[in-house]
Design a protein around this ligand. Structure first.
Ligand code: SAM
Length: 236
């Protein structure tokens, strides 16, 4: 991967950036995404945010080598603290856990007053993000699931709006599986949830063998509920 050729995963993230946006890429690491988006004329400018000094320095080096220092500003800081309200039209946060992405949004929500588009790519726990979006009145407008190098990735795109637009009465199911993805049910989606089901059933088997406690029974019934929910979707 470099600034001319992104991974399939980051390419998919970029495909949701509206043309000529001012973007912020949070947790940018090498700043490949912002350099690529500016180079291709997709973003008019970019902030590359990094909380760790090492990646921050490699992002700076990358931007200098690409001669993009006027267009891409690399900033050291935690989450959305690297931007000011109204400074960008679109925020990308990719390659982290969903819980971390949701906490970055929660801590920095006062930076979102101009309602930028959010393009979020969790490696796990997309549900935490869907839940944050719903609780904070952001509407999920698109979702994608893809496979690269034997790993499965989800991409969630949101804009400020009524979250009920894309959810029905089966909210719990939709928060877990994704309201768009569970309708599309493409082969990558089916692969992901069949893998999860296998894992959950193994865990359940081990729980059956363990000594019964109230806490264990609670966890068991939660897991059984999730298995039922997923099976209903993938077998319908
Ligand atoms: N976004 C790139 C991608 O998708 O390929 C890099 C992903 S890398 C696995 C995650 C990056 O996020 C790391 O460089 C890490 O230092 C950075 N990071 C983690 N938490 C962060 C936070 N709260 N604020 C900014 N950057 C963060």
């Amino acid at each position: 991967m470099n600034i001319q050729q992104l991974s399939k995963r980051l390419e998919a993230v970029v495909s949701y950036i509206p043309k000529q946006s001012r973007i912020a890429d949070i947790g940018s690491d090498h700043a490949y995404l912002p350099c690529y988006a500016v180079n291709k004329g997709i973003a008019s400018s970019a902030v590359a945010g990094e909380v760790v000094k090492g990646p921050y320095l490699s992002a700076k080096k990358q931007v200098e080598e690409a001669e993009l220092t006027k267009e891409v500003e690399v900033r050291l800081g935690n989450g959305l603290e690297v931007i000011t309200p109204g400074e960008v039209d679109c925020i990308t946060i990719a390659g982290m856990g969903g819980t971390l992405i949701a906490s970055i949004l929660e801590e920095g929500k006062h930076k979102l007053t101009n309602e930028p588009r959010l393009i979020l790519q969790p490696n796990v726990s997309a549900k935490s993000i869907r839940t944050w979006l719903m609780d904070n009145e952001w509407d999920l407008i698109a979702e994608e699931i893809l496979e690269e190098d034997d790993k499965l990735y989800e991409i969630l795109v949101a804009e400020k709006g009524d979250p009920r637009n894309h959810y029905s009465r089966e909210v719990e199911k939709e928060l877990l599986l994704g309201p768009f993805l569970m309708i599309e049910k493409n082969p990558v989606f089916l692969k992901k949830w069949n893998q999860e089901l296998r894992q959950w059933k193994n865990i359940l088997n081990n729980m059956e063998k363990a000594e019964k406690t109230e806490a264990l029974e609670d966890r068991k019934s939660e897991l059984i509920g999730k298995i039922k929910m997923v099976e209903e979707v993938i077998h319908s």
